[in-house]
Design a binder for this molecule. Sequence first.
Ligand code: ACM
Ligand code: ZN
Length: 545
Amino acid sequence: MNFSKLFFPVLALAAASCSDRPAVEADYQTVPLPENISLSADAAAFKFNPKTRIVATDSAQTVNAGLFAGYVNTLTGFSPEITDKAPVNNYIRLKSTLGGDNADAYTITVNADSIVVDGATPAATFYGLQTLRKAIPGAGKHDVLYPAGTVTDSPRFAYRGTLFDTSRHYFSPDSVKMFIDMIALHNINRFHWHITDDQGWRLEIKGLPELTEKGSVRTGTIIDKTEEYDSIPYGGFYTQDEVRDIVKYAADRHITVIPEIDLPGHMQAALASYPELGCTGGPYEVWRRWGVSDNVLCAGNDSVYTFLDKVMDEVTELFPSEYIHIGGDECPKKHWEECPKCQAKIKSLGLKSDSHSTAEQKLQSHVMTHVAEYLAKKGRKVIGWDEILEGGVDTSTVIMSWRGTQGGIAAAQAGHDAIMTPNQYMYFDFRQADEGEPIAANWGDALPLEKVYSYEPIPDEFTPEQAAHIIGVQANLWCEYIPNYRQAEYMEMPRIGALAEVQWTKGPKDFDAFMKRIERLTKIYDAEGYNYRKAYFETQAETAE
Ligand code: ACM
Ligand code: ZN
């Protein structure tokens, strides 16, 4: 028998069945744009197909590999096998041996036999995998041809954040995880969780059960932009088990969850639970409307400090983040000015108004400093909104600049680290265009994609030393007018793509080139079923003459 004659048709058949799948070509011009893409024009591409193995030899890379296998399954219809032994060819190997100063730096090396993704850390390898994912031009039952060459990449900023407000509206743990998946796609590594506010305390604190028993439910909600209220009880909170699960889910995606306990203002839901913590003693309701409440923690009451310590004891148990956000914004001093306890505290601390700060602003600094010092004993650092500069704070406090850029600029000049989230560029609760958009926050101008993209976080006049104090950029999604998760997605996307480039990409900007990349990214949004603003990509209908 002629063996080769028998064998050959089988091989040919196998080859034919493989090549039956169409192959699409990957493009490394992703969002955010990698620093350097160097293609080997004459070399054969790597063909990613159902036989490709993902090689991961330690537990961190195995988690990365599992996530990557899931991502590419959505885009190709196949789920590659994960192995700890490299085959001779047709594999994608994950490593974190790159070294260097930038913890998020990675390289991707592609030839006909293999792709090697090497990161400075497992997080960096994950960003390399996100680039391979986003290089795929959309979903289908296809193989993927990755052009031969190398991608060398590292981000501009170490802190790449997004805020999600789950107080004004409650979003299920699964929705929070979807948010985390969405930010992971954009190489974002900080999830600032605004989890308590006047309209709902949504974090279980076991030693203070009334915070969620009473403070997580309001009796109704203001209707749109009227002065009318519905009378539908509205509530929800995250149990500690749910929080731990979300923190782990984020950590697997190399995202640190930074909880915000906004104090001493934005505390009316806590006051509804424990009225003795307010200057007037209440009664207080979990707030049914939006805005800035005058009802804040009484800074002259010692039990307030004990309350905050108890909250922070559990917060630090739940959240391993080095930084805890302690708010500090929008704390009206109306009640403090009239409250005998607050005034006695001002006197006993010897606080006096001067040209820089009022005595009440200094009293706020006293509260913030108490919490910062308490957290420092637990090895944690704090972030606060830019108002906290008013009463003076230690330079170890990171300043989050939201009322514009001035707070962050002043903070960096004074030696604080600063995170830039100026509302004019980074408030994703603002509408995306003047016309035809859903109801949205109305205290700022429209914030279209191009304006987000145009943001430059470091002023020209900064010295390198001052520039190094700008540690990152963040966009905030305040959810007064965002009652459901689909709407949250719409407000985020595609603006989060522009945010990602501000956070990650170095070098000159080119909005037209960015538009091509972001339009390609929408193919991934489509594959993931995301709700995003498509009007940016609609060509003007031609007027028939
Ligand atoms: C803020 O928008 N109040 C930080
Ligand atoms: Zn008081």
